[in-house]
Design a protein around this ligand. Structure first.
Ligand code: ATP
Length: 347
């Protein structure tokens, strides 16, 4: 079985962490009888925008969309802006163009020393955030207003189709985990969120084996710090998910430990939840684990859950040694040393 994988290193530390993701993908492939990955690399992001004027050139996009899955590093650089001064945000464009509505972000603790919370050991923080990624409060992000406008508004768009599909995905994810799905909303204040909640409980009826409940977003921030082990799958709108997933990453070691998958009905992009981290680019110190765990998610999505689990176990084995960390987590390993340790643990 051959799979075409589009590899998009992108900007900043994107290329550094992608190299390690590919290293581990190749190691996993060696243990997968009869499976081969054909990797096709494409240039996208801020660097590409500077070259061609388009961060996602249509010719490359057509080829990328013909692949079976997409592995992405990171895109965007703060100094690369459009003529009107706005930052380019190709990762958001990509989600919208490919209708990648389900932003799946697993959060897992591998070692007690990596969390700022007391009392939690390996595997004791283990939940997933499902972030709606095509509408919500990001919907009107392309509007622009003159600075002297008397008033400006951002729109929270919740469509029935958009809500149903992401909520179904969350219940589906919960079914494969501990069978609990928590809606995070602000239904006591925002009519859009009351609507979202009513759809959530309609979908819950389709999935009676999963326990459904809800929590307000402000309380969710509190509970995530006080008792994160209470959560299994959390589903929420775009902006709430954006904020809570950074908070969640901090519970397990930071952005370098936060993998993600942006999944739609036809395409899926696997990438670390962090950005291009221009402050550390080129230094060889970026943590590649988020990318490596995103590769594990890609294998699971392609239908190879055992191969995905083997990568996770390799990370677990490496992280059992508290000195095996990159600098962001208090260690001294370089990006490539961390990648090689995980590769070795996998082999
Ligand atoms: P975006 O808006 O694209 O998410 P951002 O500017 O909010 O990006 P990041 O690029 O994710 O944020 O960086 C935030 C901080 O986390 C920076 O200090 C960066 O160095 C650090 N960081 C992010 N990813 C990693 C990583 N893989 N390894 C080490 N440090 C990282």
């Amino acid at each position: 079985m051959n799979h075409r994988i589009a590899v998009l290193p992108g900007d900043g530390i994107g290329s550094e962490v992608t190299v390690e993701g590919v290293k581990v993908l190749r190691a996993a492939e060696r243990g997968m009888d009869g499976v081969h990955f054909d990797l096709e690399e494409y240039s996208v992001g801020a660097g590409e925008y500077l070259k061609s004027g388009d961060p996602l050139p249509p010719a490359s996009m057509a080829k990328i969309m013909a692949c079976d899955a997409i592995l992405l590093g990171a895109m965007g650089l703060p100094e690369v802006r459009r003529p009107n001064g706005t930052e380019i945000a190709p990762q958001l464009d990509l989600r919208e163009q490919m209708e990648l509505y389900c932003g799946l972000r697993p959060v897992k603790l591998y070692h007690a020393q990596d969390t700022p919370l007391k009392r939690y050991g390996p595997g004791e923080i283990d939940f997933a955030i499902v972030r709606e990624s095509t509408e919500g409060l990001f919907f009107s992000r392309k509007e622009s207003y003159p600075p002297d406008a008397a008033e400006v508004r951002d729109t929270m768009r919740i469509s029935r189709v958009g809500a149903e599909r992401v909520i179904r995905s969350a219940f589906h994810a919960a079914r494969k985990r501990r069978k609990r799905c928590t809606l995070v909303d602000k239904a006591n204040v925002l009519p859009s969120m009351a609507y979202f909640r009513s759809i959530f409980y309609q979908i819950a009826l389709e999935v009676p084996d999963v326990r459904a409940d809800h929590v307000y977003v402000d309380a969710a921030a509190l509970y995530l710090v006080q008792r994160p082990d209470d959560f299994d799958v959390m589903v929420t709108e775009n902006m709430f998910g954006d904020i809570l997933s950074d908070l969640a990453a901090a519970l397990v070691g930071g952005m370098g430990m936060a993998p993600s998958a942006d999944i739609g009905d036809k395409h899926a992009v696997f990438q670390p939840a962090h950005g291009s981290a221009p402050d550390i680019m080129g230094k060889g110190i970026a943590n590649p684990v988020a990318t490596i765990l995103s590769v594990a998610m890609m294998l699971d999505w392609l239908g190879y859950p055992d191969a995905g689990r083997r990568i996770e176990s390799a990370v677990e084995r490496v992280f059992a040694d508290p000195s095996a960390r990159t600098r962001d987590m208090g260690g001294a390993l370089s990006t490539s040393e961390m990648g090689s340790r995980i590769e070795a643990a996998l082999s």
